[in-house]
Write a protein that binds this ligand. Sequence first.
Ligand SMILES: [Zn+2]
Length: 254
Amino acid sequence: MVEIHQIPVLADNYIYLIHEPASKTTAAVDPALAGPVLAALNEQTWTLTHILNTHHHGDHVGGNLELKARTGCVIVGPRAERDRIPGIDVAVAEGDHFSLGEATAHIFDVPGHTRGHIAYWFPESDSLFCGDTLFAMGCGRLFEGTPEQMWRSLGKLRVLPSSTRVYCAHEYTQANGRFAVTVEPDNQTLRERMAKVDELRRRGFPTVPSKMGDELATNPFLRPESPAIRRSLGLMGANDAEVFGEIRRQKDRF
Ligand SMILES: [Zn+2]
């Protein structure tokens, strides 16, 4: 089992430290900045051995080179974006495994937000690091991919155990939920979750990680087969990718 430490940075980013105690190895997931990572490592008395990047955006790789210079850590990132990941040492893709000491991550290719976006799933720790692909009650914008691609990518994640903790890279939950209730206004589970999220945010607490089971029940981007969603969009006969694409388009304009 790994220990996970959450570091809020910038307006709404999360960096995660994953610590495997048996080997004393520690990875930083998507370090936007170096300073807050170094401070957290110092506070935890952990030594950085790895960086795990999910995709090339600056608010996910901005701390790579400084952290590598200061700690000599190994940088792991998506093979399809290896020319855009600063300091990358190890390029991984779907089907590969990454070992952090005794903890093993399975790699998924999840293109859509960017062309080469990957996700790291640690099954023994029930934890998924999915960057900007799946958010609590939302999903990433399609900067470099099509709705069909993103729907296929989300399909790889939504079949993981419902107990999976979803460590996404942004605190977007409240805004996502406000949109979700417009798509599926009669989803009582969604309304109850939204009330809890509002309360957490009022008190300044994170709403991330969430549980995959809660995402399946409330995240409209994982629910295109829902008859209520299809009715509200007027897309009863469409396929799941088409419904997903329409939800994404509406969110972009929300
Ligand atoms: Zn991004």
